[in-house]
Design a protein around this ligand. Structure first.
Ligand code: GLY
Length: 308
């Protein structure tokens, strides 16, 4: 076994999307991450490469495709974790980097800290010479105008942004987990957060244990309504179940079942990979496109476009 890479493109309602485009984006990300594993890269390289590919697609809620907040601005969260060392790096509410996941990796590798936030994190990205985010794309600006009109034409207020996102056909966050031939695991996640969020809002993707987690037994990345995922510590829960001996599919299902019992349906999804190479995606939303590829083989599986 030369390694496995698993990705997801976000849990949500996934209405009005071109499935063909998303599948192509997923295949590109899987190929980029697996190429990295096959050419001797670390598991951290693989999950970061795959996540950067998803961030750069511009059609998912992360990196270039990040959704706007109430003021029409974007701010992003991201995190990475290396299961072997148990170290994590994360950034919250950043606006500078085109690839927030790359900045999260720099936090892990260059600092003694786990989480850097806001303008100081942006300053670090600039000092390190990371590529700058061009700001909201025309597509994102157009969507902002449409969404804003809908938000304030009914009874919705800024307190209703989560409900509104669900009505509008939201999808959320991208992420990747990987295992290499030596049995090392890693996780990476990146998001633009929730559409029309209150400026300054930070979600689960910046919080180890909530939006992402990896140890020597498993790795998981969550997606969905961050306000609920932070409370159920969804990724930690799934990896804890794997650490107790459950296979990835059972751990993913049990973690989502627990989450649903607390916060209801249409709130979350996650991908889980165990140290034996089993991969699974579970969700309580309408859909959560996810897939995996095995290094050294042609095996690629894409799933999750339908209700589970
Ligand atoms: N799951 C991403 C967020 O709520 O920010």
């Amino acid at each position: 076994m030369k390694g496995v890479l698993v990705i997801h493109c976000g849990a949500g309602t996934w209405r009005n999307v071109d499935e063909g485009t998303i599948k192509k984006v997923m295949l590109d990300a899987l190929r980029r991450g697996v190429n990295s594993l096959e050419s001797g890269g670390s598991v951290l390289d693989a999950v970061v490469e795959a996540t950067m590919s998803l961030e750069d697609s511009g059609v998912l809620n992360a990196g270039l495709g990040s959704v706007p907040d109430l003021r029409g601005n974007i701010s992003m969260d991201a995190g990475v974790m290396d299961g072997w060392s148990g170290r994590a790096g994360a950034v919250a509410a950043v606006t500078y980097p085109k690839n927030p996941v790359l900045l999260a990796r720099k936090v892990l590798e260059l600092t003694d800290h786990v989480l850097l936030a806001g303008s100081a994190a942006d300053e670090l990205a600039a000092k390190l010479g990371l590529p700058k985010h061009p700001g909201p794309s025309e597509r994102v600006k157009k969507r902002y105008e449409e969404v804003l009109k809908k938000a304030f034409s009914g009874d919705a207020t800024f307190r209703k942004s989560l409900e509104l996102a669900q009505k509008l056909g939201y999808f959320d966050t991208v992420g990747a987990v990987a295992l290499d031939g030596e049995g090392r695991l890693a996780a990476a996640v990146s998001t633009g957060g929730v559409i029309l969020k209150f400026p300054g809002r930070v979600g689960d993707s910046a919080i180890p244990g909530a939006g992402f987690f990896a140890n020597k037994y498993g790795a998981a990345v969550a997606t969905g309504i961050g306000e609920t995922i932070m409370m159920s510590m969804l990724s930690l829960r799934a990896v804890s179940l794997v650490s107790e001996g459950f296979l990835a599919d059972t751990a993913a299902r049990l973690a989502i079942q627990y989450h649903t019992s607390l916060y209801g349906r249409d709130t979350a999804g996650l991908i889980v990979l165990d140290y034996r190479g089993n991969a699974y995606g579970a969700y309580n939303t309408q859909a959560m496109p996810w897939g995996y590829a095995k290094a050294g083989t042609e095996e690629v599986v894409i799933s999750g476009f339908k209700k589970s």
